[in-house]
Design a protein around this ligand. Structure first.
Ligand code: FES
Ligand code: FES
Length: 163
């Protein structure tokens, strides 16, 4: 992080494979920066205190609630947002299983699922259940969401068998 003026800092971020430079206040959250400086509105503000998961992104492949991370802490980290998962298996699985109603929570669930796939590629049902507890769907599409996540892991296992 390098200083810009007393109130702002210049921060270089790696977002969806691209280097981006932003000028932010020290207390600015990554959620705010992604949405308001970089136009990446897929991560959603919900509770703004770490409870709902609507703002979930990946930071170095780990799911992170972007409302809880300061932008200045993200210097040098690899950030992935829902915009970076276009055309992936996980996005397809949610669409095919119609795992949403209003869709507000969906980017967060998809990011969390992608994080699980990266961290625990052979997660069992129990791990999936516990992992998804960090996200809330107010339309209660949980059954379809679980089906979508299960499909992602089945697909992954089948691909593994075909190697
Ligand atoms: S907005 Fe970040 S967890 Fe709810
Ligand atoms: S689909 Fe509406 S909050 Fe989950």
């Amino acid at each position: 992080m390098s200083s810009f003026d007393a109130d702002h800092h210049r921060v270089e971020l790696q977002v969806n494979g691209e280097q981006r430079t932003v000028r932010v206040r020290a207390a600015e959250t990554l959620l705010y920066t992604l949405r308001h400086h970089l136009g990446l509105t897929g991560c959603k503000p919900g509770c703004n205190n770490g409870d709902c998961g609507a703002c979930t992104i990946l930071v170095d492949s780990q799911p992170m609630k972007s409302c809880l991370m300061l932008t200045v802490e993200a210097w040098g980290k690899q950030i992935t947002t829902i915009e970076g998962l276009m055309g992936t298996d996980v996005q397809r699985a949610f669409a095919e299983n119609q795992a949403f109603q209003c869709g507000y929570c969906t980017p967060g669930f998809i990011m969390n699922c992608e994080g699980l796939r990266r961290v625990h590629p052979h997660a069992n049902e129990e791990t999936v259940r516990v992992w998804l507890e960090s996200n809330i769907c107010r339309c209660t599409s949980y059954e379809e969401i679980h089906r979508a996540v299960k499909d992602v892991f089945t697909l992954h296992t089948d691909k593994g068998r075909n190697l």
